[in-house]
Design a protein around this ligand. Structure first.
Ligand code: PGA
Length: 252
């Protein structure tokens, strides 16, 4: 069951997502959160950091699991998602290393060890609240079109459109964008208690329309979410431009 909230601007929508994360942590201080990277969560993380610093909630007991990481980029590489998370959330919140997890992404036998991430998540009691962005091709995490709905954490080959979208993070150099990443699988994501998907900007309009209007299909990986009992989509007007008529609740 998917609920939809549409906000005038990406900034209002980001604020709403931050509120939801903070409400989750206020209700359960030892929450296990699933987190995302990319341009979408930046304003969300800024808002969370500001409010945690202002004393709105205590974040010390929170544990986080990130959705994905490029294969072969070590934590000190400014293009890695580990670095991104340290810049935008872990560092500003002073999170201790044992409280955050990234998928295994360096070393041999990655294909074999990747599913252990699911076990580590299970060992921590499972993900209570999962934040997702959405790719312009409908991917979630790096689960590209065609990924089976029952996939666990695995090594994924990035589609050309995803690499092009992410080239901006590599000074526009497509050749520098890694070909592979380790990503939570669709079944990993679906095991979360609550899922909040943030979609900001016109480039997400097609994917959002597919997710909300069409039957689930591996061709649009995000459509697996229609089979989850508790998904909230937070969109700005631009991302919702093709599905406005379906809006369940408009934000302010
Ligand atoms: P973006 O990426 O936030 O940078 O648009 C979202 C995604 O690809 O999942």
């Amino acid at each position: 069951m998917i609920e939809l909230e549409i906000f005038q601007t990406a900034s209002d929508a980001a604020h709403r997502v931050a509120e939801l994360a903070l409400e989750q942590v206020a209700a359960r201080p030892a929450s296990v959160l699933g987190l995302a990277t990319g341009s979408t969560p930046i304003a969300i993380y800024q808002d969370i950091v500001r409010q945690v610093r202002a004393g709105r909630v205590v974040w010390d007991q929170v544990t986080t699991f990130n959705l994905d990481e490029y294969v072969g980029l070590c934590a000190s590489d400014p293009h890695s998602f580990t670095y991104y998370m340290q810049q935008h959330l872990f560092g500003p919140l002073g999170m201790r290393k044992q409280k955050w997890f990234m998928p295994p992404h360096c070393g041999p036998d990655l294909a074999q060890i990747a599913p252990r991430y699911d076990q580590t998540i299970a060992d921590h009691g499972g993900i209570d609240w999962q934040l997702l962005g959405i790719g312009r091709n409908g991917h979630i995490g790096f689960n590209e079109p065609g990924t089976p709905f029952d996939s666990l954490t695995h090594v994924a080959t990035l589609s050309e459109s995803t690499r092009q979208a992410n080239a901006a993070w590599f000074d526009g150099h497509l050749d520098d964008v890694p070909q592979q990443a380790v990503t939570m699988g669709l079944a990993t994501i679906m095991a979360a208690g609550t899922i909040v998907l943030a979609a900001f900007g016109e480039s997400k309009a097609w994917a959002l329309e597919k997710l909300l209007k069409e039957p689930p299909t591996p061709a649009v990986p995000a459509s697996v979410l229609t089979q989850h009992p508790h998904v909230l989509v937070i969109a700005d007007q631009a991302a919702a431009s093709r599905i406005n008529a379906l809006a369940g609740r408009a934000g302010t």
